[in-house]
Design a protein around this ligand. Sequence first.
Ligand code: ZN
Length: 319
Amino acid sequence: MKIYLTFDVEIWCGGWSDLDRRFPASFDRYVYGRSPKGDYALPKTLEILDRHGLKGVFFVEPLFAARFGVDRLATIVNLIRAGGHDIQLHLHPEWTDEIRPLPFVGATVKRQHLSYYTLDEQVALLTMGLDLLAQVGCSAVTAFRAGSFACNHDTYHALRQVGIGIDSSLHAVLPHSGPDLRDKIDFLHPLEFEQIRILPMTVFRDGLGKRRPAQVGACSFAEMRDAIESAVTRQAAHFVILSHNFEMLKPGLSEPDRFVVARFEALCRYLGDNRGRLTAATLSGEPIKIGAPIDTALADARWPGTLWRLGEQAMRRVI
Ligand SMILES: [Zn+2]
């Protein structure tokens, strides 16, 4: 089974006022995450992957660079590229109205989700994102993920127009992901739609029977391991895991969250130890196998893993 370790890489400034003053410190936190214990944003993420011989797929958000300069984007991309990882496109259209000059006439008001933009506007944003990445030497982008997974039907027309053939923007648990596609396509298994190969975010059933996305910060390691093994048993071809550049940091701080660090370390160790059976794949490698497995039931985790996660959540609140 192919495991896609995907990371959405983005910068936030903790609000949209006073951006120019806030940006430098935000960039430092989101890119480096410096603390006395180490740099727990991108550097630590890359170090852990490398230590276990794993490659990741980094969906990099470039629109911020249309405001703050491509040198900043180059810093991010160079860190990732040094490890030989996949660099693909992520877009947070929240940046659109902060770009000077405005990228198109209707960009004066902040609109969060890509699905709030017309087809032509989506094409303009995707083109701008690809151009920014090309300016820092990433001209082989083949895959896309919408910010907050907030794609819609038009996104697939737009992707085709700009020549991107792979998408990973479907998220079954988030209602704003593909709201006009819910009764048209399968959100749980790889499929082809509007000539785009779609690799949806993996969702499994936790030990309490609830649907849960395979996100590093949201699952205990035991839940993730159970779900992976359960997906193998169901002969699934793909398993998509989500994390972010800042997921090993405590919310709002430049300080490691030791629970998430331990989960990510354990996950990478597990994948490294099971290589051959489980392959950490990239999206510029072999094509995605389309279709549902013979057993289409959701992968599941057992209750001890879920109980462990609930315990970790309680501990995180007090530590
Ligand atoms: Zn994002």
